[in-house]
Structures are given as C-alpha cells and as structure tokens.
Ligand binder design. Structure first.
Ligand SMILES: Nc1ncnc2c1ncn2[C@@H]1O[C@H](COP(=O)(O)OP(=O)(O)O)[C@@H](O)[C@H]1O
Ligand SMILES: [Mg+2]
Length: 223
C-alpha cells in the first residue's frame, strides 16, 4: 500500500519560559493514499499541534516523520516550503482569506508562488472555483460572501494546485450544521473522485463520521 504519512514515536514539546508543555507524547500514525481521516479530542489534546506537524508547519521535538517518502527532519526550509506548496493544501477554521482580494485572486495565490503563467493560472482558478460550486462568485470579495462560501473559496485555494493531501483544522467550526455538511460533501467528492487524501480535525462526531477512520487524541496520546 501507498503510505503518504508515517509517524513513528513523535513528541512535541513547547517551551514557554520555565514551563515545558508536552503537547504530543509518542504518536504513531500511518495514513494510506486516498484515506479520509478525522482527528478528534478535547480542547488542548494536541490536535492542532499534530496537524501542524503533518503539514510541515512545525517540526517534531523527537521521532521520525516521513511524508510521501521524505524524511521531514532532513529537509531544509526551502524543501519544506516546496513540499507544502506542491503536495499539501491547507484549510482553516477561520478561512484565512485576504480581505482585499476577490475570490479568484485569493485562489490564485499558491499558483503565483509556483511561478505558473497568468493564463494557465486563470484557467486553474476557474476550474477550482467551479469544483466548489462558486463559478458565479469569482469576482466577489470575501465580505460579499457568506461564511460557507468563504470556506469554499479557501478550499478552492487549497486544491487549485492539485495537492495529494488536504489538511483541515476545524473546517466547519465556524459554520452552521447545514453549511458544514455542504463543506463535507465537497471533501467527500475530492476524496472519492480525485483520490485526495484528507486529514481533518473536528470536535463534531457527525463531521468526523464522514471520513473512513477516526483518531482520538487525549492529552497528547492516541487513544
Ligand atoms: N505555540 C505554543 N506554545 C506553547 N504551548 C502551546 C503552543 N501551541 C499549543 N500549545 C499547548 O499544547 C497543547 C496542545 O495544544 P493544541 O495542539 O492547540 O490542542 P488542540 O488543537 O487539541 O486544542 C496545549 O496544552 C496548548 O496549550
Ligand atoms: Mg486546535
């Protein structure tokens, strides 16, 4: 089987002055290509810490992490940003759109970083916005869109570069349940039709059940 994520005895400590917080205490995790995983657990159990490590936004204090066959601790900052840009797509609870840019310009950002030509960029952005059902909202600013529509723009931005893996931290946390279910429909479609691997954090059982596996964190351990 094709392993995308392989974590072996991962620890993450945060040092704040004299205080040492052990956020993750020996995580073992393997994710196959095409899986749709939900990470659950109480507040402070280490969910965001784990997702940030998976996304190479931070490095483990100890342990082995292989992403798509790359030993992450051996990669330099440039290689890490390359892998984030080309292999991963990120979705956050608070959408994180740039308020001064319309939908299509927000979606375009990762492609500009990749040095893709303008004409191709426009085509890919349109395609991504159509996938999330916003083909008719391309020139709207974030504050002219509903929360669910803003999250769909953020998903379009995450998938425009056709990443293998989507990482989402509480993607429905700021949305009502109907809108949250619409977002899960999009994730399911991306998972089933495009074989994208999805790892999401959620504290809602109904949302977690959409995936094919639930991982429960308690106090830095996998239950
Ligand atoms: N940047 C940080 N510096 C210090 N402590 C942190 C930092 N981020 C998280 N923590 C601590 O690590 C633990 C896990 O946090 P987090 O991963 O955000 O949990 P969750 O997402 O499950 O709510 C918490 O005790 C939190 O206070
Ligand atoms: Mg969190």
């Amino acid at each position: 089987m094709d392993k995308v994520i392989k974590m072996d005895n991962i620890y993450k400590n945060y040092k704040l002055g004299q205080v040492n917080v052990e956020a993750l205490k020996g995580i073992n995790l393997e994710v196959e290509k095409g899986e749709f995983i939900s990470i659950m657990g109480p507040s402070g159990s280490g969910k965001s810490t784990l997702l940030n490590l998976i996304g190479c936004l931070d490095k483990p204090t100890k342990g082995l992490y292989e992403l798509d066959g790359n030993r992450v601790e051996k990669l330099n900052d440039y290689q890490l940003s390359e892998i984030r840009n080309n292999f991963l797509g990120f979705v956050f609870q608070s959408f994180n759109l740039l308020s001064s840019l319309n939908a299509i310009k927000n979606v375009e950002i990762p492609l500009i970083y990749r040095g893709i030509r303008k004409k191709v960029r426009k085509e890919l952005c349109k395609e991504a916005l159509e996938v999330v059902g916003l083909g008719d909202r391309m020139h709207h600013l974030p504050n002219q869109l509903s929360g669910g529509q803003q999250q769909r723009v953020a998903i379009a931005r995450a998938i425009v570069g056709k990443p293998a893996v989507i990482l989402a931290d509480e993607p429905t946390g700021a949305l009502d349940s109907k809108t949250g279910n619409d977002i899960m429909d999009i994730f399911q479609k991306l998972n089933k039709e495009n074989n994208m691997t999805i790892v999401q954090v959620t504290h809602e059982e109904d949302i977690a059940k959409i995936g094919n596996r639930i991982i429960r964190l308690i106090d830095g351990y996998i239950q």
